[in-house]
Every structure is written in C-alpha cells, then in structure tokens.
Design a protein around this ligand. Structure first.
Ligand code: NI
Ligand code: MN
Length: 227
C-alpha cells in the first residue's frame, strides 16, 4: 500500500491498483500549492466528515474522475448525490468490501456539518484492510475509549493515521495514547500546522512518541510512504 500525504488530512492511497483519495483539502491549503489536484486519480473518495477542510476539493476531483465513488456516512453521500456524484453510504460500525479492500466506518468524537450548513451526519473514521495490510484513519477526533474496540474488531494495524494538531482534535500527547488504544506503534500525523491554531512543535511531537516506544511519521506534503 502506498500512502501520499497531501497536507492537512488529505491523503492519496494506492491499494491493489486502485486509487483512493481521502478528505481532499488542497486548493485551500497554501502549503499544498505544489500539489496538482487535476492529476489526482480517484477510483474512490473517502470522507470522514462534512467540514470544509475535509471536503473542499471533492467536486473538482470527481469532475476529473467521473466514475469515482464517494464513501462516507449516509448524510454526506446523499448531499453529494444531489450534486450528481456517485456514492456508497456507510454508518457507524458498518463495513463493506470493495475491490481494494474492506472499509469500516468507526466512531469519532467531533462534529460534522456540510459547507452550506446542511446536516453532515455524525463524524467518523475508517479502518481499511485487505489480505496485505490494515490502516486506521481516525478523522478529526478526540481521544476516545471507542478506539479500544478496533483491535478486537479489525485485523492488526500496520499504520494509524491520527490528528495531532490539538485545538480542534487530539494533540500529539493524546494521539500517542490513541496509538496504545489501537495497538499500533507506527503513526502518521495529520491535521497540524495548516492554520495557526493547530501549529505544533514537530520535534517535540516526534520525541514524545519516541519516548513511548512509538514512531511518528511526518512526511512532507507530496511525499509517499510504502507500508
Ligand atoms: Ni472537522
Ligand atoms: Mn478538520
């Protein structure tokens, strides 16, 4: 599985030859101006919740990838459906197997309203797995004991993608505890440094994880890691 960090919480995944975009917020992120949105391939677009900083570029990417399927909660899929976009709705605790793997929509503690003020359902995260790998994308969330259910209900994680920017989500200290809850030593940090309220000390965050025997990956925007 290849994972490209696109800044903020946006990711591009390559899984079993399929292209999956997660929470695209690129055109609104001045730090991601070198990312060419129009070059992004997307067989699927996964959306954790309805906030603008997670859905901003969905329509542009879907316009370039007319067969793309949006995977999110029921309300968000319905909202994009009214704009003519295809989707597959999930709700919390539900999973579905697609041609790249199984996707489970799991709990997050946050809020979710769509950019026009429409109800965006309840926010969530995703666990994605196939016979090779399993990853957890927490979405915007507080630390929650619900994370402890993930090791009991999903395959062992190879990577957890967790928000670390504090203020609107967990900070890195809570994210290190979240890594314990989901039983994963390898974490990719997201949702930090995009805006002043979520600026962090990256070296301190990495040290904090290291002291707890964990690894915090902070790839540059546009950088790809393989797991
Ligand atoms: Ni949010
Ligand atoms: Mn957010």
């Amino acid at each position: 599985m290849k994972i490209t960090y696109l800044g903020h919480s946006a990711l591009h995944l390559e899984i079993k030859g399929k292209h999956v975009v997660v929470d695209p917020f690129i055109s609104g992120n001045t730090q991601a101006s070198h990312i060419d949105i129009n070059a992004l391939k997307a067989d699927y677009i996964l959306l954790t919740h309805g906030h603008q900083d997670h859905v901003l570029d969905v329509e542009q990417i879907a316009g370039n990838n007319p067969d793309t399927i949006i995977i999110s909660n029921f309300e968000i899929v319905e909202w994009f459906g009214k704009k003519g976009l295809n989707g597959h709705p999930l709700n919390h605790g539900g999973k579905k197997t697609f041609d790249f793997g199984t996707v489970k929509y799991v709990n997050a503690i946050h809020s979710s309203v769509l950019p026009d003020g429409s109800y965006g359902g309840n926010p969530g995260g995703f666990v994605i797995w196939n016979e090779d790998k399993c990853i957890y994308i927490a979405g915007d969330t507080a630390l929650t004991l619900d994370m402890q259910l993930i090791p009991d209900t999903c395959p062992a994680l190879d990577l957890a993608i967790l928000p670390i920017g504090d203020n609107f989500t967990m900070g890195y200290e809570d994210a290190a505890l979240a890594a314990d809850f989901v039983q994963c030593k390898k974490v990719l940090g997201c949702h930090y440094d995009t805006f002043p309220p979520i600026a962090i000390d990256q070296a301190a965050a990495k040290q904090h994880f290291e002291a707890k025997g964990k690894e915090l990956l902070l790839p540059g925007i546009g950088e790809t890691i393989s797991i």
